[in-house]
Design a protein around this ligand. Structure first.
Ligand SMILES: NC(=O)c1ccc[n+]([C@@H]2O[C@H](COP(=O)([O-])OP(=O)(O)OC[C@H]3O[C@@H](n4cnc5c(N)ncnc54)[C@H](OP(=O)(O)O)[C@@H]3O)[C@@H](O)[C@H]2O)c1
Length: 355
């Protein structure tokens, strides 16, 4: 269906690594559908990368203009006067952008400089989409309040479970009434390692295989010790339960607590071991390994699959699962957020892009 009034979005991409480049490829692929189905055009007004420095669009990123995404994906967009990683923060105030997409490094101590990027975007009237868990895990409630006050959007679908629709579930499936509790398996790496252990591999071999396949980081302790799941549990509690829960508030137990023989013993009993995140309206928010039925939601997904169940006041129990997500599904979550921003402009909830 042809749209008469196209809304033009100028994006600032901060961080252009695995997720950033996957999102760049997806944007090119989705360009026609965004225009025809959602009435949106997109141009890149700012590109900040670790290696290439920070570049802003000299033409102001009008429709059909801006930074050449194809050239960026070939690594050809490079700052002539490299400003290092501080370049993004310095450039945001004057960059031609309507939405900042924060995809830089996750800082597990304070969520910086990503939080400053989001705030600098807000200060110049830019909506925010973040794949970076830092801003939400450390400053989520303040950032939400600031966004609401400025009539700006703050979207973070990719911080949770790739494109498993968590924000979308809250907004569309439970638009009225409370969510009383959630349970989830938000960390793929631990599920993969536990399944390999259940199949008889040693813990060290399982972790090495996860690294070889790119499922685990070079230093996998962030996943194995439960930190990643704890960060996500905090964000889930904020998003689904409306609670002010930060990383420091989450009770965390990692895979160290799982005896070597437990995954295989669980399998023999028709179960799987999973690192499960749980939260409820008033109780503690926790992450811990649990034996869960292999025929149920949390234990049902193979390998890197991720699942979420919510208990609602009015809509009953809802269960969803994302099967074996890859980097493309994380990038898809960013695209979901972008379309959601456009929808929220249409409903008058947030301010329109100025491009
Ligand atoms: N990969 C996933 O599946 C996934 C899923 C969900 C969420 N996330 C989150 O999404 C974010 C990006 O992940 P990724 O896998 O794409 O990581 P990545 O491949 O390491 O990419 C991050 C990029 O950001 C750059 N960077 C770091 N600080 C910067 C700054 N101040 N200004 C501009 N660029 C900066 C890095 O440059 P250098 O190379 O110089 O460090 C790197 O190119 C992370 O916060 C991650 O936790 C990732």
């Amino acid at each position: 269906m042809a749209q008469v009034d196209l809304r033009h979005w100028r994006l600032g991409l901060v961080g252009f690594g695995n997720v950033g480049q996957a999102f760049g490829r997806l944007l090119l692929e989705a360009e026609a559908e965004l225009r025809e189905r959602h009435g949106m055009t997109v141009a890149i007004g700012l590109l900040a990368t670790g290696p290439g420095g920070t570049v802003t669009a000299a033409d102001g990123a009008p429709p059909g203009g801006g930074i050449d995404l194809r050239a960026a994906l070939r690594g050809e967009i490079v700052d002539e006067r490299p400003s290092g990683r501080a370049g993004a923060l310095a450039a945001i105030p004057d960059a031609p952008i309507d939405a900042l997409v924060e995809m830089s490094w996750f800082d597990p101590v304070a969520g910086q400089p990503a939080t400053s990027h989001v705030r600098a975007g807000f200060a110049r009237g830019a909506h925010a989409i973040t794949t970076n868990k830092g801003p939400l895990a450390f400053h989520g409630p303040e950032l939400r309040a600031e966004a609401t006050e400025r009539r700006l959007g703050l979207r973070y679908e990719a911080t949770l479970m790739a494109c498993l629709p968590v924000l979308a579930l809250r907004e569309s499936a439970v638009p009225v009434g409370t969510i009383n509790a959630f349970e989830a398996t938000p960390n793929s790496t631990t599920s993969f390692v536990l399944d390999m252990m259940a199949a008889g591999h040693g813990r060290g071999d399982a972790v090495a295989e996860a690294k070889r396949l790119g499922i685990a980081e070079a230093d996998p302790s962030f996943d194995l010790d439960g930190w990643d799941a704890a960060v996500k549990a905090a964000i889930l509690a904020q998003c689904l339960l409306g609670r002010d829960v930060r990383l420091a508030d989450v009770e965390r137990t990692g895979l160290d607590a799982v005896p070597d023989g437990e995954p295989a013993a669980a399998a023999a009993a028709g179960c799987r071991v999973r690192l499960v995140a749980r939260g409820s309206a008033a109780g503690p928010v926790r992450v811990a390994p649990e034996r869960v039925p292999a025929a149920g939601l949390l234990g049902g997904g193979q390998g890197t699959s991720q699942a979420l169940a919510i208990e609602t006041g009015l809509a009953g129990r809802l269960e969803i699962c994302l099967v074996e997500p890859r980097i493309e599904q994380t990038a898809y979550a960013v695209l979901m957020d972008l379309v959601a921003l456009n929808r929220d402009v249409s409903s008058g909830r947030i301010r329109p892009p100025q491009g």
